[in-house]
Design a protein around this ligand. Sequence first.
Ligand SMILES: [Zn+2]
Ligand SMILES: [Zn+2]
Length: 345
Amino acid sequence: MRNRTAYMEEPGTMHIREIEVPQPAEDEVQVKIEYCGICGSDVHYYEYGRVGDYIVDGQFILGHEVAGTITKTGDHVTSLKIGDRVALEPGIPCGKCEFCKSGKYNLCPDVRFFATPPIQGALQDYVVHPADMCFCLPDNVTTEEGALVEPLCVGLHACRQGKVEPGKTVVILGAGCIGLVTLLSAKAFGASKVIVVDLFEKRLEFAKKLGADYTVNAKEQDTVKAVKSLLGKEGADIVFETAGAPKTIYQTSLLARAGGTVVLVGIAVESDLNYNFAQVMGKELTIKSVFRYCNLYPLALSAIANGTIDVKQIVTHRFMFDDVKEAFDCVIEDAENVVKGIIEL
Ligand SMILES: [Zn+2]
Ligand SMILES: [Zn+2]
């Protein structure tokens, strides 16, 4: 057994090196990783060596969107066995704090999350992980789909935060990976009309393919006017911001109807932003935000298994592990065309 690992020595570099195969503790399983999705945060670490206050110090392994097959189980593990295919939920919460106990373990201050310094990532042949954070894949869910559960959960959590339900109208600003998983989730939650807004026509075509009822190209049209001509002058029940851009964040309160909800999903580089609070107060809007997700892996897996969500559609680029550097470079250079790149190990 060899454990190939993709190390980033400094931004823009990638070296494959073999290290020892990790052994599972009592409550852990050892997993042969078979697929790893490339996330926006991985790319950001690769380009800049940091994401916000998380700074890479020394050698770093990227990757947190993973699935594979169990190769060994710890002595106390009874829920899983060797040969089970699993999706790994990448954040390990402490399980003891008030946030964990109240079920919002995504807010746990002591969470250990793959590829978030100083915690190393999962872009390697073998990892060990707590058994209770590994979710068995139904027979008709592929291992590649298992690796897509992680980004899908962000979209599902966004829709849960926004309380999307049958009949609701939705606007999604941004048609990158997170915008599109929010689209898939909103449709699965029963939204009647979903409008997706982006600057790139190719991405909008992709959104249409994935089920968007309407698209708006913000390069050619005024977003607020276009949305109101499609939904009526009141605006949308729920507005999702997934681009993280000051301009689209500003537009959210203008697009939401009275009593509506704004969900902030995209992460802005700037911390202080201009926002129209007169709109918020005059329309009694609710503003929600999203930090990762919690308690959603089982829901995501059943939605994929029963055909409610066809998540594999978001994969636009596939790479082999030996080409890991090319994979990251491609995702950066071809940003307009890449929705989700995935690496096979
Ligand atoms: Zn991710
Ligand atoms: Zn905790």
